[in-house]
Ligand binder design. Structure first.
Ligand SMILES: [Zn+2]
Ligand SMILES: [Zn+2]
Length: 149
């Protein structure tokens, strides 16, 4: 039975990569560009307007965890935990590893992570209009990275 809840958490986690991709492509680079824009402009401020999205993206996980606990709905709690873990992974990948906003670890030798980082840097090139996903990059980046000697 525990396996079932872990599966739900993993599916919720993966679903969030889709949600993040969709939101990034169609909302943040769309009607909400005003909040996301300063993430695409080099600066030395501590916080970006883009950080406001944290409060929105943290909501679904938090709400599901609270409801799951209040009504002892374990599958709702599992989904909430999966979503919250996505938020943590997203933060560690995007804000710490890629953009080094907190110097926790400097770079990586892991080829899968390196390829995913490269893909996000390509998203940051002017007029790039590609790679809106975060933890999963287009296949060509992994192929490229693994063919390097
Ligand atoms: Zn962007
Ligand atoms: Zn970025």
């Amino acid at each position: 039975m525990v396996g079932f809840y872990i599966l739900i958490a993993i599916l919720a986690f993966l679903f969030m990569e889709f949600v993040a991709w969709f939101t990034h492509k169609y909302i943040m680079h769309g009607p909400m560009w005003g909040w996301h824009k300063d993430h695409h402009i080099p600066h030395n401020k501590t916080l970006e307007k883009n950080d406001r999205f944290v409060f929105i993206f943290a909501l679904p996980g938090a709400v599901l965890i609270i409801l799951g606990v209040m009504y002892t709905l374990d599958y709702v709690l599992a989904a909430g935990i999966g979503i919250a873990l996505y938020g943590l992974a997203y933060f560690l990948f995007h804000d710490v590893l890629v953009h080094q906003r907190i110097k926790l670890f400097k770079g990586t030798k892991n080829k899968i992570l390196k390829a995913t980082v490269t893909a996000h840097f390509d998203h940051h090139r002017p007029h790039s209009n590609q790679n809106f996903g975060f933890l999963i990059a287009p296949w060509k980046y992994y192929k490229q990275e693994f063919s390097k000697k």
